[in-house]
Ligand binder design. Sequence first.
Ligand SMILES: [Zn+2]
Length: 304
Amino acid sequence: MYPETQTTHFSIDHSALEACIEALYTAKWPDGFRCPDCGHRHAYEIRTRKLPLFQCRLCHHQASLIAGTIMEGSRTDLRKWFHAMHLVASASPGINALQLSKIISVTYKTAWLILHKIRHAIAANNKAPISGHVQLNSAFYGKPWCSILNPHPKRQALLVGASVNDQGEIQEVRIMHMPERHLTGTTIRSTGITAFTMLHVDQANSRIESNILHFNRKRFRPLLAAALEASRWLNQTFHGIGPKHLQRYLEEFVYHYNGVIAQTPVLPHLTRLCATSPRTTYSAIIHGSPSATEPIYRQARVAS
Ligand SMILES: [Zn+2]
């Protein structure tokens, strides 16, 4: 006979898995099942393994619950994925891979990969262009923050763009890490502005003001404050981020920042993003540049 605590523990875990399966199903198919092959709306549920399979009643295609999500191909338990999503959505000021690895009992590499896959889903969401009155301002990420006397040797140039209301308050923000090719010294070139606006701004429906000079008296202070907040968050939560993956972490910051302004309930929204964004791989994360930005950079170079 099992000790009572062990039985209770199993019961909680099992119901948690069922809750995760149900939450993922709802996030993946909010209007009910839809066959990824033929679009048919009815399926048989096959329950012979840990996660259910859904077999289309028309074409007999078998769809796993995690196919077509960031979890596809992962051997990590669904409960751990949901715990990670919950922590990304709610932890303040955020969670790093070392902390996550201890909390959900996975290796550091697995935790790092889970967080990057979640950022991959977030980055896709951040591609929606901003519009209206749009302001752009240059900024820096590095330690210490934007110091004239003692700039950090590895500080990185950022371009912050935001749609603002009549009071100049930020409605929605985007932040782009500016690569060397868009810089002259530390100043952002016009190609950088072009790359940003092509990627992030609905130019037909926007009035754009830009300020890329670092010491201009007319700097847009709310935008600089957002960049400062991003810088502090990166340094506090992750103890500093190098240039290679900086854009991905900025995407996570921007997602949270805009979520607070829009008062979006983060966890259900994030679950939906993770359930509808296709997988990425460790190799793609390590070797690729952020997929959300690179094709547009290439277009911008041709245009300039
Ligand atoms: Zn089908």
